[in-house]
Design a protein around this ligand. Structure first.
Ligand SMILES: [Zn+2]
Length: 411
């Protein structure tokens, strides 16, 4: 690794301030940002890159992914029918696609823990190209519950505590609870809350004791209420599915989320895309009808969460059907369509999400932060579509993707 790189003439995207600053020079040393300044630092021996006015944005964070699902039409079946080597190849392909999309950090919300942590270390040591991985390892679920095929099945608070402790010891950056059924897992119902409140409370206490955050997958209204009662930090999906009738946003619950400082990851784009696939299949059965209603409600709920000022962590749920690892821009565009400014949407995948995830070195282009940089041909604060085709991606000071037509480097 070159110890020092000077990037000159960059138009820096200051995500927290929501402004673009022209003519900036970024000095990268040992994987971190050493300085950001309009003045050239006196460092004659640096490797230099002339950004030629390109927009330089913080590396993106996808706050909800599953590296070990293949994003095909039947991700659960393909997971169950592949061996470990093939699973690792799928994860490697997903990770490479994320990097090429400027995603330098992912939060893996559940997978086979032994493979997840092995893969995480291989990426960390540079053996495999990929984003930094904040992983839950195995999610905690009820016996035969949603994601049980890579989860830890828990039936008592004591089992939940042991499961949390073991996942954190293995390298988990957070704990994931499966608080309701899910569309991916036959035999579970999204309309039903699955984990008992006593189990969720014990898992929360154990996560806090271990110094990690805890999130809950919640489709059923009752599961959201239990997650709030238990004191989780993040709610995934928050679909407001009821035992009868279509999903219905509950303003009182949203106010509770806001008051308790609970963050929501709406995973809107995966919902919209899977619903579209079901619609195109022409299936009219009751199960699919309910699934379409549940999946499409994520788009409406995103707008309601914005209206109620509930903080949003950008996450795609990529790895699930029809949602490849470069879906983050479409997720952010869902937020813009729901009423967010492009700057806020960008923050939900950079500086805001870094704060929500307790990662002070991520999501900003400031001194001492990790040098995770994405070079773009246009200003994403004006049009998020410029995020689609990064010219150059740095992760911790190293070039991990370079699609520039002609070299800009000056030896
Ligand atoms: Zn998920």
């Amino acid at each position: 690794m070159k110890k020092s790189t000077l990037i000159t003439n960059a138009t820096l995207i200051d995500a927290p301030a929501g402004v673009a600053r022209e003519g900036m020079n970024i000095l990268v040393q040992d994987g971190r940002i050493a300085s950001v300044s309009p003045a050239l630092p006196v460092t004659p021996d640096d490797f230099r890159i002339d950004a030629d006015g390109a927009y330089v944005c913080p590396g993106l964070i996808d706050g909800h992914v599953h590296l070990f699902l293949d994003a095909g039409s039947a991700p659960r079946a393909s997971f169950l029918n592949t061996g470990d080597d093939a699973k690792l190849q799928i994860a490697a392909r997903n990770a490479a696609l994320a990097i090429s999309a400027g995603i330098t950090t992912v939060r893996d919300c559940g997978g086979p823990a032994d493979l997840v942590f092995r893969f995480q270390k291989a990426v960390q040591y540079g053996d495999i190209l990929g984003p930094r991985i904040l992983a839950a390892g195995c999610p905690l679920t009820r016996p035969q519950g949603h994601c049980h095929f890579f989860g830890i099945e828990v039936t008592t608070p004591a089992e939940a505590r042991r499961a949390v402790d073991s996942q954190v010891r293995s390298g988990a950056a957070f704990v994931k609870l499966i608080a309701s059924g899910g569309g991916l897992t036959p035999g579970t119902r999204p309309s039903e809350a699955d984990l008992a409140l006593s189990i969720m409370r014990e898992a929360v206490a154990s996560a806090k004791a271990n110094g990690v955050h805890i999130s809950a997958h919640c489709h059923a209204v009752e599961s959201i209420v239990r997650a709030l009662d238990a004191g989780v930090d993040i709610i995934e999906h928050a679909s407001f599915v009821r035992p009868h009738g279509p999903p219905k946003f509950d303003p009182e619950i949203a106010v509770r989320m806001k008051d308790q400082g609970v963050i929501v990851s709406p995973t809107a784009i995966s919902g919209v895309r899977i619903a579209q696939t079901i619609r195109e299949s022409g299936s009219q059965n009751g199960h699919d009808h309910d699934a379409v209603a549940r999946l499409e409600s994520r788009r409406r709920h995103t707008a309601k969460f914005l209206e109620f000022d509930v903080p949003i962590l950008a996450g795609t749920d990529c790895g699930v059907a029809s949602t490849p690892f470069n879906s983050i821009v479409d997720e952010l565009l869902e937020y813009v369509n729901a009423g967010m400014s492009p700057a806020s949407a960008l923050r939900s995948a950079t500086s805001d999400s870094a704060r929500y995830l307790g990662q002070p070195l991520l999501g900003r282009l400031e001194t001492n932060c990790f040098a995770d940089l994405v070079f773009l041909s246009g200003n994403p604060l004006e049009n998020l579509n410029y995020l689609r085709d990064p010219l150059l991606v740095f992760k911790e000071g190293e070039v991990v993707c370079d699609t520039r037509p002609a070299p800009m480097a000056i030896p």
